[in-house]
Design a protein around this ligand. Sequence first.
Ligand SMILES: [Zn+2]
Length: 466
Amino acid sequence: MSTTLRFLGAAGTVTGSRHLVETRGKRILVDCGLFQGPKRNRLKNWDPFPVDPNTIDVVLLTHAHVDHIGYLPRLVRDGFHGRIYATHPTVELVRILLADTAHLQEEEAKYANKKGYSKHSPALPLFTQRDAERAMDLLYGVSYGDEFTPIEGLVAKYRDVGHILGSAFLSLKTTDRPDRPKKLLFSGDIGRPHDVILRPPSQPYNVDYLVMESTYGDRLHDPEDVRQGLANALQQAFSRNAPVLIPSFAVGRSQSLLYLIRELEEEGAVPAVPIYLDSPMALKALETHQNNLRDLNLTCRRKTLAGVDIFRPKHLHLVSHQRESKALCKKTDRCIIIAGSGMAAGGRILHHLRQNLPNPLATVLFVGYQAEGTRGRALRDGKPHIRMFGQDVQVRAHIQSIDGFSGHADYLEMLAWLMAFNKPVSRVFLTHGEPDASAALQAKIREEFGWPVTLPQEDHPYTIDF
Ligand SMILES: [Zn+2]
């Protein structure tokens, strides 16, 4: 049977994951992400969707990151009205992230109108909170490992992939050719084998066609142990008796931090100091993690069953109101403030940075990737001044970083995952990578396994026997 794959984003770049499967007279969209990063990428969000959303029958999501789900409200606004399937924890996280994304879109349009910088008058948001709510109404949660039927002739299944809570790889298996069933697998974003709180990626079998991410196709992670790295950084910072600021992503990273800090306190490796989780979105994501403890790794499960509140260090304060957040600026004693955004591009971390960067006793601890052009990157690169709120702020605080927290497998970890496949893959399509990273992984897969590997062109049709 002839099936066509079209990559409508995340081809030659890492954002905008949206892959179209045209088969059996139907259209399945796997992920529905926003383009992010440089302006030339973000402008693509405004292009008309390459196929009429009204003709898409079903959407299947691999995980809740905005570059995989953030276009959903627009798709629905433009006519999509089918089901949107995802694992149960992903459904919960999608609700949180879409509400936030829609809010940001509305704020951006408001700001553009105030400043008069948009080409359109008035500037309109890509979608509204109302559109996001309509998309949420179409969400349909399924359990890991359960089979479901997105369209006649195929069964689908989600299995753990260890990237963020709820993340999964997605398999589509034919049921209408019993003599020669075929399997098409979408890896989603692949996590690491030893995550702090998540289960490792599961093992797939009998894969015929594989659509796989390649973010770290040319890189290896620092072998530094994150627990030890965090302990060292906090011990040093606490010895100066001043605040430690941790810019952090709200979903996943903030919860892993709380988990590790609680562990370090329990072991006596660091003293229990006041910890402020200063991010409304991180608070909601924390609740989602607490609602889905069964989907965490064995160590977390064991501790939870033993009655441990795994995300609650001794003196944890949950800060939701802006007023309380501002009040934290008065803190001069040792404490930890975890706030977004992770790259200090916006969010509450900014007022904490303005307050603490000039203080030579304070510490800013980075626990995630800092993209080119962000304040986070400038701080990591040792810039003596940072521009924020229209002022130059002097940097005298200690700047530290821990590199081992990545949610993406590196190329050896990806090759190891492939190594355990029980039969050769007929064709691999590498997505979700910068061109150099994808090309490097392509060469390694060819060399290691001899499988055909394609780097797909955006919106080019690829025919497979499926
Ligand atoms: Zn992701």
